[in-house]
Ligand binder design. Structure first.
Ligand SMILES: Cc1cc2nc3c(=O)[nH]c(=O)nc-3n(C[C@H](O)[C@H](O)[C@H](O)COP(=O)(O)OP(=O)(O)OC[C@H]3O[C@@H](n4cnc5c(N)ncnc54)[C@H](O)[C@@H]3O)c2cc1C
Length: 379
């Protein structure tokens, strides 16, 4: 079976590693030049961690990550709203482990063996004819495959080529990501400041703590360059000592920082002929529930499972089974992430105050009900 995977991200690399484990070989293309970019922080729920277990990469992942033992929410001024212990989930299903995206990608890379991985290569076009798909790459060459997997993320080229424009969900918020020293943040705790018209999340990894400072994308909030540091320091002032520490450590205006617009996308269809979507290209995730990477990894596990039970003649049937097993579950957790975004990203001070009072009464399971349910359901 000749398989092309477009995108060596979390989903694409997981799929390549699982196929390799099953004795199948894929060609993997990646637009980036290497895996060295700074990236961002990722919390991996046991859903994704279980997939690493299947690849025998779990021990190394555990050694390289930090367990999130508490999830803490603070208000617009840094006062504690709620501190949830993650222990009940960890005891039943496994830990929530936190790392950087490059760490996880490099770990998955160690699992793909001699898979043909081509950096600096992006997809230009696709042409399906009969039981074959011909892909044209950015270097002008073309190759023919039995199956093309679009694992090329939120703004997927495969999706737009094959399924057309799909509806995006915009929160109209976005935020800056930077890193601070691990010693300056609470240990083994994800701390989020749910403000009014502003949000700051702080997530420790072994390589430093990732800070996400979000707000509505109006005015010059998303503008890079001169004055950025001061503007952000002004916007997030008075959110408490921890946020102040993070603001002080914010890089200079000339440093290239990652700005993440908080939008997602839901593709109506996931498979057409011999082209299929995987991960964020099929259903993108807001970061609010920290579950996009786990979902991409689960989807890779199911796709690898279905492909390993068939041959190139019955690929379309295998894809239809993959979609049946995955689409509903992924969309339900995606909806949970949107619901959480509505709680976290509130502009009005009055509504934010009501939210803070209500949040004190929430259990972690109530906060993200379908995700809690997903732990206990087969995939
Ligand atoms: C700041 C931030 C924080 C997040 N935090 C969490 C978290 O805590 N927990 C969690 O589970 N999820 C988190 N997510 C979401 C998670 O990262 C994604 O859901 C997950 O990476 C999806 O995996 P993917 O393989 O579909 O896409 P990606 O990992 O984005 O990979 C897509 C890959 O395709 C490549 N590519 C794109 N276009 C092309 C092309 N035309 N040709 C070739 N290659 C191409 C890209 O370079 C990229 O390497 C976060 C995301 C962000 C941005």
């Amino acid at each position: 079976m000749r398989i092309l995977i477009v995108g060596a991200g979390i989903g694409g690399m997981t799929l390549a590693a699982l196929l390799k484990q099953r004795g199948m070989q894929a060609t993997l293309i990646e637009r980036a030049a290497n895996f060295d970019h700074a990236g961002y922080m990722l919390g991996l729920w046991p859903l994704g961690y279980r997939v690493l277990h299947g690849l025998s990469l779990h021990k190394q992942f555990e050694a390289e990550s930090i367990e999130c033992k508490h999830y803490e929410v603070r208000d617009n001024h840094g006062e504690l709203v709620k501190n949830w212990s993650m222990q009940p989930i960890a005891d039943r299903f496994g830990p929530n482990l936190s790392c950087t995206r490059p760490q996880l990608i490099k770990l998955l890379h160690s699992g793909i063996g001699d898979t043909d991985l081509r950096f600096n290569t992006s997809l230009e076009s696709l042409n399906q004819e009969g039981e074959e798909v011909t892909a044209t790459f950015s270097d002008g060459t073309s190759e023919t495959f039995d199956l093309v997997v679009g694992a090329d993320g939120l703004h997927s080229k495969v999706r737009s080529l094959v399924f057309g424009e799909q509806p995006y969900y915009h929160t109209e918020w976005g935020g800056w990501v930077w890193w601070v020293d691990l010693n300056s943040v609470p240990a083994e705790t994800f701390v989020e400041h749910w403000g009014a018209g502003r949000f700051v999340g702080i997530y420790p990894t072994q390589e430093g703590a990732g800070v996400y400072a979000g707000a509505p994308t109006v005015g010059d909030f998303a503008e890079p360059g001169a004055g950025r540091r001061q503007r952000i320091q002004d916007q997030f002032a008075g959110m408490g000592e921890l946020v102040d520490t993070c603001l002080t450590a914010m890089p200079d205006d000339n440093e290239d920082l990652f700005f993440w617009k908080l939008s997602d996308v839901r593709s109506k269809e996931w498979a057409q002929g011999r082209v299929v979507l995987l991960g964020d290209s099929a259903a993108g995730f807001l970061p609010t529930a920290g579950i996009g990477a786990s979902m991409a990894m689960e989807s890779a596990a199911v796709l690898a499972d279905e492909l390993s039970r068939t041959n190139s003649r019955f690929i379309e049937h295998a894809l239809s089974l993959y979609v049946k097993r995955r689409k509903h579950r992924v969309e339900v957790t995606q909806s949970d992430s949107r619901k959480l975004a509505k709680m976290m990203f509130i502009k009005s001070a009055t509504v934010a105050h009501i939210r803070d009072v209500a949040t004190k009464f929430y259990s972690l399971e109530q906060l993200a009900s379908s995700i809690a349910k997903a732990f206990d359901e087969p995939i």
